[in-house]
Write a protein that binds this ligand. Structure first.
Ligand SMILES: *[C@@H]1O[C@H](CO)[C@@H](O)[C@H](O)[C@H]1NC(C)=O
Length: 209
C-alpha cells in the first residue's frame, strides 16, 4: 500500500478539505517594513487566523525626529482599523497613519497615500501624559490639538517587543474606534495599539480663550 500521495494530489485534497470544512485556504500577503511611503517584500503565507492583508503608511514624530514608514503583512480583520488615525501627545510627538486592509492573495501590494498631516492648531487642547511600562497615566499637562483632532484619548500600546506604555492626548474622532491590535510603524519599531478610550470632550485651548 502507498502511504504517500503525490504533492499535487495532496494540495488538491487539502484545498477540497478546507472548502468542505468552510475554512479559507490560507491567505498570502506581501510582507515588508521599511522607511518611506511604500516598501516591497516577498509574498508569504499567513497564519490560519490572519484573514486580511494590510498596508499601513504612517508619519510619526518622536522628540522632533520625524519619519514616514510603511508596513505590509498579514493581520486579523478584527485588528484592522481602516482609514486615517491621528494622535498628538506633544507638539513634536505624534503619529498619523493611513491603513488599508483587503482579503485576497497579494492584495496589499499597492501603496496607499501617505496621510495628510495637518499640524495647524485647531483651538482645542487635551490632557497629555506618557508612562512607559504602565497601563494608565495621569496628566499634569495639556497638549494643543491640530487639524481634525477634536477628541481626547487615553490609549494603551506596546512596542512590538512587548513593552507596554500608557498615553493620553488629542486624536481624530475615528481614533476612538481603533481596534485592539492596530499597528503603527515608526522609524525604530512598530507600535501595537492595544486599547483606546475616548475621554470627555476637549477644552478650548488657553491660547484660544
Ligand atoms: C488644517 O486644520 C485647520 C484647523 O482644524 C483647519 O482650519 C484647516 O482648514 C485645515 N487645512 C486643511 C488643508 O485641511
Amino acid at each position: 500500500m502507498r502511504l504517500f500521495m503525490k504533492p499535487e494530489t495532496f494540495l488538491m485534497a487539502s484545498a477540497l478539505l478546507c472548502a468542505l470544512l468552510g475554512l479559507g485556504y490560507p491567505l498570502s500577503c506581501e510582507v515588508c517594513t521599511g522607511s518611506g511611503p511604500t516598501c516591497s517584500g516577498s509574498v508569504k503565507t499567513c497564519d490560519a487566523d490572519q484573514d486580511s492583508c494590510v498596508v499601513i503608511v504612517a508619519e510619526t514624530s518622536k522628540k522632533s525626529y520625524r519619519s514616514v514608514n510603511t508596513h505590509k503583512g498579514c493581520i486579523k480583520s478584527s485588528a484592522c482599523s481602516t482609514g486615517i488615525l491621528s494622535i498628538t501627545v506633544g507638539p513634536e510627538n505624534y503619529m498619523v497613519s493611513n491603513t488599508h486592509c483587503c482579503q485576497s492573495d497579494g492584495c496589499n501590494h499597492d501603496a496607499v497615500p501617505a496621510p495628510q498631516n495637518n499640524r495647524t492648531e485647531n483651538g482645542l487642547q487635551c490632557p497629555t501624559c506618557i508612562a512607559p511600562f504602565k497601563e494608565t497615566c495621569s496628566s499634569t499637562k495639556e497638549v494643543l490639538c491640530v487639524g481634525q483632532e477634536t477628541h481626547c484619548v487615553a490609549f494603551v500600546g506596546k512596542v512590538q517587543a512587548g513593552i507596554k506604555f500608557a498615553t493620553q492626548g488629542c486624536a481624530t474622532k475615528n481614533t476612538c474606534h481603533t481596534k485592539p491590535g492596530t499597528l503603527v510603524p515608526s522609524a525604530s519599531h512598530t507600535y501595537v495599539i492595544s486599547q483606546v478610550n475616548c475621554l470627555p470632550g476637549p477644552q478650548p485651548s488657553d491660547k484660544a480663550k
